[in-house]
Design a protein around this ligand. Structure first.
Ligand SMILES: Nc1nc2c(ncn2[C@@H]2O[C@H](COP(=O)(O)OP(=O)(O)OP(=O)(O)O)[C@@H](O)[C@H]2O)c(=O)[nH]1
Ligand SMILES: [Mg+2]
Length: 257
């Protein structure tokens, strides 16, 4: 399988004014395509390609998928992405995302390089029409609420309605309750998150962008699921996202700062 080469520019942003789903930074790739720049449908299977001649790091990849972070403003979408991409936490002043941004990260899934193009959307109401336009190209959505903010949890239902309306019917969805490091301020119990997830048949985990709890796991789980779905004749046993996050997810008590 040959490896695709990513563009040098690994991040981009689209101001709110230009709500174009295809606008994704320096490379005119269709996110989610195994062949960036081709007309492969976003959720189409990756094309078979020749064995890799080498090349490592984040520069080469075998398949690429588009992942979106959605949820109310302030739940920690940008922080989750920065934690995953850079291993850092954005403490201090909250700078709300304007429009939409993206970062790329290549993860190794069972020997295959899976590039995730991760779109960080603005949670603010006034950007909804902009961000909705991007849903249809997403292979996976990470839907976040903040365990210290009840309203963000109550709004999950509305987010699911929008997802149903604008996203692809086969989009991979993962519900995340973020900020579990803030034990004192917690107002949404883990069981409440589990119950809601069960109600909608969603895989669920609690995360902390601050401590890093379950952050890599959330993205890896998505990458595993998308990779598995893209294989025409998977040789390994079927990957089960629900079971995986349930088995691998750690509890908040293990990682308080
Ligand atoms: N304690 C704690 N604070 C967090 C965590 N994640 C984010 N925050 C804080 O929450 C605030 C909002 O985080 P952002 O990541 O900017 O929120 P967002 O969801 O991207 O918000 P919008 O861009 O407006 O949609 C910031 O002050 C962060 O420092 C977390 O896991 N734990
Ligand atoms: Mg943000």
């Amino acid at each position: 399988m040959s490896r695709k080469k990513t563009s040098k520019s690994k991040a981009g942003s689209v101001p709110a004014a230009s709500a174009l789903p295809a606008a994704n930074g320096s490379r005119p790739a269709r996110p989610g395509s195994a062949h960036p720049g081709s007309e492969t449908p976003p959720n189409g299977p990756p094309q078979p390609s020749r064995p890799s001649l080498g090349g490592g790091g984040d520069f080469y990849y075998d398949v690429a998928f588009k992942v979106m972070l959605v949820g109310d403003s302030g739940v920690g979408k940008t922080c989750l992405l920065v934690r995953f991409k850079d291993g850092a936490f954005l403490a201090g002043t909250f700078i709300s995302t304007v429009g939409i941004d993206f970062r790329n990260k290549v993860v190794d899934v069972d020997g295959m390089k899976v590039k995730l193009q991760i779109w960080d959307t603005a949670g603010q109401e006034r950007f909804r029409s902009v961000t909705h336009a991007y849903y249809r190209d997403a292979h996976a959505l990470l839907l976040l609420y903040d365990v210290t903010n009840k309203a963000s949890f109550d709004n999950i239902q509305a987010w699911l309605t929008a997802i149903q309306e604008y996203a692809r019917h086969d989009v991979v969805l993962l519900l995340l309750g973020n900020k579990v490091d803030s034990a004192q301020e917690r107002v949404v119990k883990r069981e409440d998150g589990e119950k809601l997830a069960k109600e909608y048949g969603l895989p669920f985990m609690e995360t902390s962008a601050k401590t890093g709890l379950n952050v890599d796991l959330a993205f890896t789980a998505i990458a595993k699921e998308l990779k598995q779905r893209s294989m025409k004749a998977p040789s390994e046993p079927r990957f089960r996202l629900h079971d995986y996050v349930k088995r691998e997810g750690r509890g908040a008590s293990c990682c308080r700062p």
